[in-house]
Write a protein that binds this ligand. Sequence first.
Ligand code: MLC
Ligand code: AMP
Length: 496
Amino acid sequence: MNGLEIINRAQQWSERKAIISNNKTYTYQELLEASTNVASHLLGDLEDLQETRVTFLVKPSFEYTALQWGIWRAGGIAVPLCVLHPLPSLQYVIENTRSSILVVDSEYIELLTPLVQDRNIRLLETSAVLTTTTNAKLPIIEDSRRAMILYTSGTTSLPKGVVTTHANINFQISTLVEAWQWQKDDHILNILPLHHVHGIINIMSCALWVGGCCEFLQKFDAAKVWNWFGAGQINLFMAVPTIYYKLISYWDNAEEKEQKRLSAALEKFRLMVSGSAALPVPVLEKWRSMSNQTLLERYGMTEIGMALSNPYDKERRAGHVGQPLPNVQIRLVNEDGVVKAENIAGEIQIKGPNVFQEYWEKPEATKKAFTPDGWFQSGDIAMLQDGYYKILGRDSVDIIKSGGYKISALEIEDVLRKYTTVSDCAVVGIADPEWGELVVAYLVLNTNEPLEEKELKTWLKGLLPAYKLPRKFKTLSELPRNVLGKVTKNELKKMY
Ligand code: MLC
Ligand code: AMP
């Protein structure tokens, strides 16, 4: 059986609009052809890439999707890189996956050339890969084959590669298509980065699964997004809470007449979804008052795609994430075992075809992530309240969510400790209405001189992506107990 269901399905609607990017519209036929070119180019004389990791650094665009499909059609594993990451973060993923092919937009060639020298990596330019015209015979891909690796932070310092198979991906998409009643006339704007499930699965892949249209904006910009809303083409929108917060700020600052025009445009949407972090109730309420749209909040994770969702056509309850998606099993577990009643907190554990296969080349970490009877342990704490799940928090203080990105406090601490004047540090996430949490670093200096914050920030910028940078620094003369013995990280969070 060919496991590439999204590609098989595309043939049914070859003349329909699939993607709009960089002011150009592309049909499914064009997407199929471009992905055949990619597969042929990558294969060369080979019959099958046999799960070769193909890493790609490509902006959200038609080219991105054609590459992803082409890698799959050639039998490779797609590893998307984040276009905002500094070189050390890109290098980590390329090395960790042991990628032998790297496809990049022309503007990144110079950045990455030194990295591939002396290594056995083919560095290819996106446009060249897309325009090859030889037609290789493409392999049949079983759905049990590995399809994608996405990197996610956890309670270890460095991110882990989450491996999903085609079967996982097919299921993650189809369960959302069913739950949210995706239709072929749907037209969605994708403003999220394409190295995480939210942008890749929930938005891009769901739209393409049903014959809908996915329009890319390369980077979030509140004014541009409102412009798109106002133009009246799109009827679906999905984003992280920070983005809704920023869109509200823009609307609040608009003239009354303009506010009315924008609000009227929103009323026509079929669905607006929020996820990747807790949606504050005031944001949901404000959005409803502006637009007559009740945001549908859902809960997911890189390892499992989506698991819980408010209903599409019944009550969407503020501050809650709804019920399990079709064929996804959920249970809550605490010290006393599996929670049997409402209003009792427990860790969310998940089972189902949506759950990932493994952490890339980390058998121990994979084993640790599951219970002996095969449930994936999310580390998120929730309770059931009147038939709806409510997320209460996480069991680890070392995982921060900021702007919808998951961040390991330990990763930032490890980098900070390499700075010459820092002898020890503790990084915590502090609640913030716009970002969800802000990264704050408490530092112990090995000098009595004041901290050169500007210098430290510049140094960090070369090593960490923008969303992992501490927004505030506090210097301490003594350290937290789990690092030094005075206060815990939880106490630090309260002290700020
Ligand atoms: C950026 N800035 C931050 C920040 N990130 N400040 C505080 N905290 C952060 N986390 C600062 C920058 O330094 C800059 O400051 C200013 O904000 C603008 O930066 P930017 O990079 O241009 O920000 P912007 O484009 O506005 O990005 C915000 C955002 C982005 C919300 C659009 O963070 C984003 O795309 N988040 C989505 C992440 C996502 O897709 N997560 C899904 C993971 S999957 P200055 O001073 O320089 O102006 C998952 C599973 C699931 O979670 O359930 O979905
Ligand atoms: P990631 O590892 O980046 O995929 O992030 C997954 C994490 O995001 C989950 O483990 C949750 O902690 C968080 N998350 C996702 N959706 C929600 C939500 N609706 N409410 C609260 N937290 C969420």
